[in-house]
Design a binder for this molecule. Sequence first.
Ligand code: SF4
Ligand code: SF4
Length: 190
Amino acid sequence: MKLTDRSKVVSNKKMTFGERLYIPAVLKGMGITMRHAAKSVFGDGVATIQYPEEVRPRVKVWRGLHVLKRDDEGRERCTACGLCAVICPAEAITMTAAERTKDEMDLYREEKYASVYEINMLRCIFCGLCEEACPKSAIYLTDRLVPVEENRGSFVYGKDKLVEKINERIDVSERQTELQRESLEKKSLK
Ligand code: SF4
Ligand code: SF4
């Protein structure tokens, strides 16, 4: 049974003598390459930009570097439930849960919090499933890029890099669904 019309019937017909020479196909490919090269040198359709001074605009739902959000009072939203780690197809997330003490009421919103929270950016495929799975609206992907590092260990991002700074809040409102926004407004957790 056909579920979609995207399947393509592949033809197994024998190649002609001209096709077996490959030269016409190579010349055709070279022609396309030369046409694009000439266009970028002489035409106005230059495909490159002066990165990093110039950055291409990204779509609103661009999935880049994660942020662990705080609530209005500056408390970390994450409750170390582990759902993001379970759903992560790349097994990029690890965490250690801890119990909040009386003195930590203004640091963590829930009774349980992540004392350690790490994402391995080399494993992450930026699928956004962690964002979707989070019941506390604690983790979001942002339009920021993961910077280049010189060693593999530096790509394991801990809370120092993931939790938003109290005085440098990251606006994720464009990424939130209507349902999320309504639920956060109700709970005043925006
Ligand atoms: S974006 Fe996808 S791959 Fe990356 S940490 Fe989240 S769930 Fe895992
Ligand atoms: S980020 Fe969200 S899903 Fe992941 S452990 Fe924290 S509260 Fe749970």
